[in-house]
Write a protein that binds this ligand. Structure first.
Ligand SMILES: Nc1nc2c(ncn2[C@@H]2O[C@H](COP(=O)(O)OP(=O)(O)OP(=O)(O)O)[C@@H](O)[C@H]2O)c(=O)[nH]1
Ligand SMILES: [Mg+2]
Length: 396
């Protein structure tokens, strides 16, 4: 059977390939490829070069032009590159044609993300969710993958697969998918019962783009250790802790980060992990303000929240990594007055856009955490008041 796990070997040399569409600027594409490089790095590969091509539409057969593929092939041969990573989703036929033309393994962004998720998955639930997404990804690409194995001489023999063999594989994959769905439904039922047992506590969920500092903040606010690191998707499973601010208890959850072009199947199969977000009373949307594309990241998060029906909730927007933002933005010779003015403008602007529900912090330097705690407490109490008007022991 086809294996889709750990496609990338450690320290494997990779090149990144991106298309520059009509509506995109070159800067944007470079930012996208920066992110792709970070993803590749998280998976253990080393991206040593980037290729971009301006095309109005991707080529239906080879995604990029033949000439470009030639150039890439030559480069890969010279530098012993063994994997091509495309920033956009490829069809099975495209993967197949590209590999034929370059004689190098090709994967796309979705596949790379699935690979990272597969490595990161620890619990039975996360593992089943990733596996489901992987099989859904494979299903429409089976034919291409057969050809791929055939070329590598792997397991199929010389004849190549006939329609029956591909049909058999499709059936196996479909069976796997329905089995995983059943298993996840079981896990879901248990999780639902567990969540119900949590009683009437208000639930607050940390959400945001990947690597913005959600887990770091979770650790600070709940005083318990939650795994954080400078890699993408450090967190896959939801962690929930009971937190008490003054006399008010609530449940705080750390959740999986979002990213642009998150594979559709992944969002779908992670539905139950994302239940925590959907069922939350309050969202804390953490933003990495030091990231050059932070505004686009806010947009991606909001769009994903909409997709999972969790958008219209009371939200506090937390602009994190102010330390890094200031380091990147301000020269040391800049007058303190000017600096203050720029920061004021930034604050005013986002205060307007979030209706006064934003806080600027640095989790690492523990800056402004008191204000953050106060803001959260206020929001939590507001909801307790509305929901349980006769229950005052949590409030005073
Ligand atoms: N400079 C700076 N770095 C920070 C700050 N907060 C978090 N970090 C770093 O950012 C990286 C990511 O932090 P995490 O807490 O793992 O981020 P996350 O949002 O949980 O990431 P995922 O679980 O991967 O989605 C870590 O290396 C943190 O040390 C901050 O205020 N300033
Ligand atoms: Mg995390």
């Amino acid at each position: 059977m086809l294996e889709n796990k750990n496609k990338i070997a450690k320290e494997e040399k990779a090149v990144l390939i991106g298309l520059v569409h009509k509506e995109q600027t070159e800067t944007q594409v470079h930012e996208y490829l920066d992110e792709l490089a970070f993803l590749a790095d998280t998976a253990g590969a080393v991206a040593i070069k980037r290729f971009t091509q301006k095309l109005a539409h991707p080529d239906s057969k080879t995604f990029i032009g033949k000439g470009k593929l030639e150039e890439i092939k030559k480069y890969c041969l010279e530098k012993s590159v063994s994997i091509l990573i495309f920033d956009d989703e490829l069809s099975g036929a495209q993967i197949n044609n590209i590999e034929k033309a370059t004689e190098v393994k090709a994967i796309d962004r979705s596949d790379l993300i699935l690979d990272i998720f597969a490595r990161r998955a620890k619990t039975a639930q996360a593992k089943a969710q990733v596996e489901l997404a992987q099989y859904q990804y494979i299903l429409p690409r089976l034919r291409g993958m057969w050809k791929h194995l055939e070329r590598l001489g792997g397991g199929i023999g010389t004849r190549g697969p006939g329609e029956t063999e591909i049909e058999t594989d499709r059936r196996i994959v479909r069976d796997k998918i329905s089995l995983l769905r059943k298993r996840l439904a079981e896990i879901d039922k248990q999780a639902f019962t567990q969540r119900k047992d949590r009683g009437e506590f208000i639930r607050v969920a940390l959400v945001g783009y990947t690597n913005v500092g959600k887990s770091t903040l979770m650790t600070l606010l709940s005083k318990s250790d939650v795994f954080a690191e400078n890699k993408l998707f450090a967190t896959l499973d939801t962690t929930t802790r009971k937190v008490v601010f003054e006399t008010t208890p609530f449940l705080l959850s750390d959740t999986v980060g979002f990213i642009r072009k998150l594979p559709h199947h992944l969002v779908e199969s992670f539905k139950s992990t994302l239940d925590e977000v959907r069922e939350a009373d309050i969202l804390m949307h953490v933003v990495d303000i030091s990231h050059p594309a932070y505004e686009e990241q806010i947009g991606v998060v909001n769009k994903t929240l909409q997709e999972i029906n969790a958008f219209d909730k009371p939200t506090i927007t937390i602009f994190n990594k102010m330390d890094l933002y200031e380091k990147n933005t301000f020269d040391e010779w800049l007058e303190p007055g000017v600096k203050k003015e720029i920061l004021e403008d930034l604050r005013e602007r986002w205060d307007r856009e979030t209706n006064g529900n934003s806080v600027f912090i640095s989790a690492i330097e523990k800056r402004n955490l008191d204000l953050l705690r106060k803001t959260i407490l206020q929001k939590v109490r507001e909801i307790y008041r509305v929901r349980y008007p006769y229950k005052t022991e949590f409030l005073y």
